[in-house]
Ligand binder design. Structure first.
Ligand code: ZN
Ligand code: ZN
Length: 185
């Protein structure tokens, strides 16, 4: 809200900044494929302002910064999140899409409604659905060590290199072999 004015008929008008939802950006401006991954609660603060008649407001909402995105508040009706700012003239986001919070190998936008599992080795958060495990296995694995397939591959390569060295200098293989394998097909 920026300003309030009352006209000669005693009607109150409120001037405010306009927020777009992802589908508003796509409807009026060019298409950004990444916007398809936005949730309905993601908002973009635009450079546009407008006067509204006070009686046209439906409800009051809270707009939180995107780094406060979490599964508890996303369920509340009046809480929304500012994913970025959007300049409608230049059709540019600030911060740019390349800097938005993304997780997993698939680099999808972070969404607290999705289930994630963290790699014990590189700390990357991986979508449970991208981790190559079924729902039944998830309950068991949550108490065990999870190593993403990238780290599994890396460890394999290191092990190969160490084996090569072992032949040359006779040193034992120092790699920890207690690894939970989660190789992606
Ligand atoms: Zn990893
Ligand atoms: Zn993923």
């Amino acid at each position: 809200m920026i300003e309030i004015k009352i006209n000669s008929q005693w009607a109150a008008f409120i001037k405010g900044h306009i927020y777009y939802r992802a589908k508003d950006v796509q409807k009026f401006k060019q298409d950004f494929p990444k916007l398809n991954e936005c949730a309905s609660k993601d908002l973009f603060l635009t450079d546009q302002t407008e006067w509204f008649l006070s009686t046209t407001f439906l409800q009051k909402i809270q707009v939180k910064p995107i780094d406060e995105y979490n599964i508890v508040t996303i369920e509340l009706n009046d809480v929304y999140y500012k994913r970025a700012e959007y300049n409608t003239l230049e059709q540019k986001f600030n911060p740019p899409i390349s800097e938005w919070i993304k997780y997993c190998f698939c680099k999808k936008l972070y969404n607290p409604r999705e289930h994630y599992i963290q790699c014990n080795q590189c700390n990357l958060w991986v979508h449970y659905s991208c981790s190559d495990r079924s729902d039944k296995e998830f309950k068991i694995i949550s108490e065990l060590k999870f190593i993403c397939f990238q780290c599994v591959e890396e460890n394999k390569n290191n092990k190969l290199n160490l084996s090569d060295n072992e032949n040359k200098d006779g040193q034992p293989n120092k790699l920890n072999t207690n690894i939970q394998v989660n190789k992606k097909k």
